[in-house]
Design a protein around this ligand. Sequence first.
Ligand code: F3S
Length: 425
Amino acid sequence: MRLTEAERAMLDGHYGPAKARAMDLLVRYGEALGAERLVKTKNVAGTVGSATPFMRAYAERGFDAVFSEFNLDSREVVETPPMEVGTCQLISGIDMRNWQHQGVSRELVETQERSERFFASRGVKMMATCTPYQVGNVPVRDEHCAWMESSAVVYCNAVLGARTNTEGRESTGAASLTGRIPYWGYHCPEMRRATDLVDVRVPVSNMLEWGLLGYHVGEVVQDEVPALAGVCGSAEPAWLKHFGAAASSSGGIEMYHIAGITPEAPDLETAFGGNKPRRVFDYNKNERRSAYENLNSSARDSAVNFVMLGCPHVSAEQLVQIAALLDGKRLNGNCALWVHAPRDIRDSAQSRAAADTIRRAGAIVMSDTCPAISRAMPPGTAVVATDSAKQAHYLPALTGVQTWFGSLDDCVEAATSGRWSGELR
Ligand code: F3S
């Protein structure tokens, strides 16, 4: 790994022990990847939280100990200096307002509060969402970033045209203190080019359809870079958010191209960089049906206990849409509904009326977390309904619940009737 003078000085400890540990971590990580150099970044989205019982026990030794061990891979405790570059906190395991509904202990919440205060004082922005791009962290095209969280990473690369790999807690911690990340993978233009073509032969023009398409694309392409042909019309940000989350769940997609949407793909030829597709896949009625059936494969019982909306976290527009569907209605007595939103959206003036309507129906507007991360659901939950392909993919495997996947309308209907009646039309 070639280091600049400034990077070598950090490694040698001229900027303090924490930065030396951070640079050492990046060099070890970069060399394991085969990276030849580091690249500058000013945009880090990672995690510094202490929202699990294990982390709480660790936090008794202080948050410098937490950051040293879990963000810098250093057994020796070093003082945490201010973050060198813009850093935001992603999602964690606790909703700091609705923790009682999650069954979280007060002690754990207090630890997380102290943790937030500590890291905020070091310059971390506590966005507490998997969608930092919805609440002010919007990198520009070609900007090098160091982001965690698969749905955020694919949105960053494919929709915003910025560049990041799927980083981890340690590499983002080190990037925050050094403003560097290994230059490899999706930082390199040649690695961002499309490899596989997916020919879309059915109309895709709502959330459900984009989720099904994403789930299919991830399944067939796995961790390559797909380009989609045949997607007509414009796509709403919420649909692309759902598409990327689905594709990075059934597969490991971190980058895709849709002509006219992905900034570096004005057309398919450019997306492939003049190369021919290595593989071509069809997305037709059968593939659509099969994605729907796979997503519903864990579900048998029509009585639904819990409806989960907001994976990835909802936008203000989605919150308003959910409120409109719930306006004047009440949830079924045997069914809970949690809507997950970034805390800044939940608290914004634009969203407050919508959040009130949702609460009047008996639902809860959650933030900071989601059931796949926290593993927390209402007590006794056995059957879940969701409009998120990502959540439908993970919840049965992580928690053993049955999970129905369908449209937002199907989910709201399930929440008010207590029964699943969704189907693929
Ligand atoms: Fe976000 Fe949790 Fe879904 S982290 S993308 S709401 S699984």
